[in-house]
Design a protein around this ligand. Structure first.
Ligand code: K7E
Ligand code: CUA
Length: 659
C-alpha cells in the first residue's frame, strides 16, 4: 500500500500532506509527483487504462478550498444543506449541516436514547413495536424486553416527488433486525417502523423517485429458507433472498419478490418503471471463499408494472401475510432479469440525468454502466442481458459507491486504493465502444478506505455539483488518538470547480454508511410541536386522559383505578403542575406530561430518579411513560432540560409507600 511506501521513506501520509499544505507553492513540485506516482502505480494494478498515474495529485489544503467555495460557516450563520447521515450500528440517524459538517441533531430510531426516552416512553414503544411480526413479539416477551434495543442503520434516503426531494419523510433500513423506519421531517422524529417478514438482513434501501414515493424498496441481504418455497434449514441450496416493496405512505408491505443470491444495494430509476439490486454470492456460499469464487455475479432488475400485474392476477404465494412473487433466475420470471456484473458488485447508483445505473464492482476494478432505455427490450426478450451494458470503466481497486455532479461526471470510491476517482460518463461510454479515450479525470487520496460517497442533491434531478462527501471507514492518524476504537473519517470535497479539492476531515462515531445531502430549502421542520397536526403522537395518552376526564393542556390530576395510577401534569417553566404524588409499592404508574410552552426551543424533560426513566417533553408535546413502582421511598423527579433560571427547582417527588 502507498502508506507503507511513504512510511518506508520516513514519511507518514499525514506528515507528507502537512508539508504540502505548508508550502502551497511547492504542491506541484517534483517530489510530490514522485510520491503520488508511486501511490498511483500501486492503485493501477489491474486497471487497463493506467490513467491514474497521470491524474493530478491531491491538493492537500486542510482548511479552505482555494479559489473554491468557502466551508466556513461563521457564528450565527446557517448551513446551506441538511445531511441525513446514517448512524450505522449506533442505530440512530444524524442530522448534519453542510458545508460546516456540524452535527445538528441525533434522531433515535433503532436504538434506545437516554436524553429523549426513545425506547422507554409509551409513544416510542408504540412506534417501535406496532409493526412487529408475531415472532418478534413472542421473542420480546420471552426475553423480558420492551423493544429490540439495537439496530444497524445504513441507508437514509428522503421521499421524492417528481424525481426530487419533497421534504416529507426520510426512510432507512435496519440490517440487524430486518426493519425499515420512517422519519417525519416535520418533527425530525421516527414516526413508523415496520419489520420485514420472510427476509433476512434488510440492507439496501431506496425510495421510488417517480412519480413519487410511492414504494420504498428494501433488499434482504442474506439467503434464508423461505416458507412456501421449499426452504430447508439444513440445505443452503434451498435458500433465497427476498426483495421487498413497502408502501411509503402507510408503511405496510406492498409485495415481495423471491430472488437468487445475496442482495446488496439497490436503487430505483427516474422513470418509475424499474428498480435494481446488486447481488453478490451467486455461488450460495456460506464462507468468504465460497461466496466470492465466481468472477461474475449480477444485478437483478425488477419490472414494477409486471409485478403489479402479477399481484392483480393472483400470481403470488401468501407467505406470512405478504404477497410474494417468484422472481428466481431459474423460474425465468417475467418480473425480473439477471444481468451479469463483475464481481460481487456493491453500490447501485442511478445517474441524475435518469439515463444510467452504476454498479460498483467491489472485487472487480470496474463500474458497470447500464443504459436504462434498453431495459424494455431486455424484458421483451429482444436483447441479451449484457447488451444493456454501455460502459465498464476500470477505475482502481475496490469500487464501492458512485455519486454524481449533474455535469456528466461520476465520483467513485475506491476502498482498497483509499481514493476517490472522478470520471466522465460519456467518455466511459465512448471508450467501451472502442474509442481511445480515458474517462478518468482525476483521483485524490482520501483517508482511509472509503465506503459510501454522496454529492449535494446528487440522487435527484437537481444534482448541483457543489460538494462531495467521502465516508471513510478508517481514520488512523487523522485525529487525536481516541483509544483503540477510532472515529470514522468523513471528508468534505469541493467539486464545484474542475478539480476535486479536499477541504475538511470530520470525525464520526459508529458508523456512517450513507449520507443524503439535501438543499436546506427542501426541508422545513416545525419550530414546536403542533397540538393538532401531531396529535397522533400522544393519541393513546389523549384517549386515556379523555376517559379520566382530564384535559392534557390543563392537567394536574392523579387518578387511581385499583393498582393502576395515572398522573397527569403540565410543564411550564419552572414547575410541574403536580409537585408531589403518592403511590403504593407495586402499583403500575403512568406519568403523562404536557409541555404547554409555545416558545421555540423551550424543551422540558421528566427524569425520575432511581427508576431509569427520562423523557423529552418538547414545546406543545405530550410524553408519557408507564412503569411499576417497585422501589419504595421518596423519589425525586426533575426536568433535565435546562429551561429557566429556576430550572433546578423544576422538580417534585413520587412517594412510594412500602407494601
Ligand atoms: Cu451501503 Cu456500508 Cu451497508 Cu456500502 S453499505 S460501504
Ligand atoms: Cu423545565 Cu428544566
Amino acid at each position: 500500500m502507498s502508506d507503507e511506501k511513504l512510511e518506508q521513506n520516513g514519511l507518514s501520509r499525514r506528515s507528507f500532506l502537512g508539508t504540502a499544505a505548508a508550502s502551497s507553492a511547492g504542491i506541484a513540485g517534483a517530489g510530490l509527483l514522485g510520491l503520488a506516482g508511486c501511490s498511483n502505480a500501486e492503485s493501477d494494478k489491474g486497471t487497463a487504462s493506467g490513467a491514474g498515474s497521470a491524474a493530478p495529485a491531491a491538493k492537500a489544503d486542510a482548511h479552505s478550498s482555494e479559489g473554491g467555495q468557502s466551508i466556513h460557516v461563521g457564528p450565527g450563520e446557517l448551513d446551506q444543506y441538511y445531511g441525513f447521515l446514517s448512524g450505522g450500528q449506533s442505530g440512530e440517524m444524524r442530522l448534519i449541516g453542510l458545508p460546516s459538517m456540524r452535527e445538528l441533531m441525533r434522531i433515535p430510531v433503532f436504538n434506545m436514547d437516554s436524553a429523549t426516552g426513545w425506547g422507554r416512553t409509551n409513544e416510542s414503544l408504540r412506534i417501535l413495536n406496532e409493526k412487529n411480526t408475531p415472532e418478534t413479539n413472542a421473542f420480546l416477551k420471552a426475553s423480558g424486553l420492551r423493544c429490540l434495543p439495537n439496530g444497524d442503520l445504513h441507508h437514509p434516503h428522503l421521499s421524492f416527488t417528481d424525481q426530487t426531494y419533497d421534504g416529507r419523510y426520510a426512510y432507512a433500513n435496519d440490517k440487524a433486525n430486518n426493519r425499515v423506519c420512517r422519519v417525519d421531517l416535520g418533527i425530525m422524529k421516527t414516526d413508523k417502523i415496520v419489520e420485514i417478514p420472510n427476509a433476512s438482513g434488510i440492507h439496501g434501501l431506496r425510495p421510488q423517485r417517480y412519480p413519487k414515493t410511492g414504494y420504498v424498496f428494501a433488499n434482504g441481504e442474506h439467503i434464508v429458507p423461505v416458507d412456501g418455497f421449499g426452504g430447508k434449514v439444513d440445505d443452503p441450496k434451498t435458500w433465497y433472498s427476498v426483495y421487498t416493496a413497502i408502501d411509503g405512505e402507510t408503511m405496510d408491505i406492498a409485495w415481495q419478490v423471491l430472488v437468487d443470491g445475496n442482495l446488496d444495494n439497490g436503487d430505483a430509476d427516474y422513470q418509475g418503471k424499474y428498480s435494481f439490486s446488486t447481488c453478490y454470492n451467486s455461488e450460495r456460499g456460506l464462507t468468504v471463499q465460497a461466496a466470492s469464487a465466481n468472477e461474475q455475479d449480477w444485478v437483478v432488475v425488477f419490472d414494477l408494472a409486471a409485478i403489479e400485474a402479477g399481484i392483480k392476477n393472483g400470481d403470488f404465494k401468501e407467505v406470512n401475510g405478504v404477497k410474494m412473487l417468484d422472481g428466481r433466475a431459474e423460474a425465468n420470471s417475467k418480473y425480473t432479469r439477471y444481468i451479469p456484473v463483475p464481481n460481487s458488485p456493491h453500490g447501485c447508483n442511478a445517474s441524475p440525468d435518469g439515463k444510467y445505473i452504476m454498479l460498483n464492482g467491489k472485487l472487480s476494478p470496474t463500474v458497470t454502466v447500464l443504459d436504462v432505455s434498453k431495459l424494455d427490450d431486455l424484458f421483451a426478450g429482444k436483447i441479451q442481458p449484457r447488451d444493456v451494458v454501455v460502459a465498464e470503466p476500470q477505475l482502481g481497486l475496490g469500487p464501492l459507491h458512485t455519486a454524481f455532479d449533474g455535469r456528466g461526471n461520476a465520483y467513485t470510491t475506491l476502498f482498497i486504493d483509499s481514493q476517490m476517482a472522478k470520471w466522465n460518463i460519456e467518455d466511459a461510454i465512448k471508450a467501451y465502444a472502442g474509442e481511445k479515450i480515458d474517462p478518468i479525470k482525476q483521483k485524490i487520496d482520501v483517508h482511509y478506505q472509503p465506503g459510501h460517497n454522496h454529492t449535494t442533491m446528487g440522487e435527484t434531478k437537481e444534482a448541483d455539483g457543489k460538494w462531495l462527501v467521502s465516508l471513510n471507514k478508517f481514520s488512523k492518524d487523522r485525529f487525536l488518538n481516541a483509544g483503540p476504537l477510532k472515529p470514522e473519517c468523513d471528508q468534505l470535497i469541493d467539486i464545484s470547480g474542475d478539480e476535486m479539492k479536499l477541504v475538511h476531515d470530520n470525525p464520526t462515531f459508529a458508523e456512517p454508511h450513507d449520507f443524503c445531502l439535501v438543499a436546506a430549502s427542501k426541508v422545513n421542520p416545525g419550530k414546536t410541536w403542533d397540538r393538532t397536526k401531531h396529535a397522533w403522537w400522544w393519541k393513546d395518552a389523549a384517549d386515556m386522559a379523555a376517559k379520566d376526564g382530564v384535559e392534557l393542556e390543563k392537567a394536574a390530576k392523579v387518578v387511581r383505578e385499583g393498582n393502576k395510577v395515572r398522573v397527569y401534569m403540565t410543564a411550564v417553566a419552572p414547575a410541574f403542575s403536580v409537585p408531589q404524588f403518592e403511590v403504593n409499592q407495586g402499583d403500575e404508574v403512568t406519568v403523562v406530561v404536557t409541555n404547554v410552552e409555545t416558545i421555540e426551543d423551550l424543551t422540558h424533560g421528566f427524569t425520575l430518579e432511581g427508576y431509569g426513566i427520562a423523557m423529552e417533553v418538547g414545546p406543545q408535546q405530550t410524553s408519557s411513560i408507564t412503569f411499576t413502582a417497585h422501589r419504595p421511598g421518596v423519589h425525586w423527579y426533575y426536568c433535565q432540560w435546562f429551561c429557566h433560571a429556576l430550572h433546578m427547582e423544576m422538580s417534585g417527588q413520587m412517594i412510594v409507600k412500602p407494601k
